[in-house]
Design a protein around this ligand. Structure first.
Ligand code: 5GP
Ligand code: ZN
Length: 123
């Protein structure tokens, strides 16, 4: 799959956060990824880890750049440490496509924790 084109980037919410055009509560970063608090948290800790480069979803990201994928997961682990949830446990989630509940088509890794998250999906 192709990375997105420039037109998609210019209208992409998370590209705008990465570029500083839209503010966000940043809690961590690497050279290639940014972590910020979700605007509508679903758990006491709810952080989004995004690559600074636009990819539409997790599979496209992993196909294009395995090291960047690993960088994001390492950053998620650091966030879990700094949020104090590394020992109690947390959930990492890539929603993908319509049935997966994806609403922003710039890949983002949800880091959720701070309470028992219950079953994996609501039935
Ligand atoms: P998705 O549903 O695509 O897996 O997740 C998108 C997430 O982005 C949602 O949890 C939503 O609350 C969050 N979100 C949407 N708009 C903004 C925003 O402007 N700022 C921040 N920090 N999060 C946002
Ligand atoms: Zn983007």
């Amino acid at each position: 799959m192709i990375v997105s084109d420039a037109a998609a980037n210019s209208s992409c919410l998370f590209c705008k956060i990465v570029n500083g055009q839209i503010p966000a509560l940043v809690v961590g970063e690497t050279e290639r990824a940014l972590a910020f608090r979700d605007i509508n948290p679903q758990a006491p800790t709810h952080v989004l880890v995004v690559p600074r480069t636009h990819y539409p979803n997790a599979a496209a990201l992993a196909n294009a750049d395995a090291e960047l994928t690993a960088d994001m997961i390492r950053l998620a682990g650091k966030i879990a440490e700094s949020e104090g949830i590394a020992d109690s446990g947390y959930r990492l989630m890539f929603n993908t496509g319509e049935d997966g509940g994806q609403t922003v088509f710039h890949v983002h890794l949800h880091v959720l924790g701070g309470k028992n998250l219950g079953p994996m999906v609501a039935i």
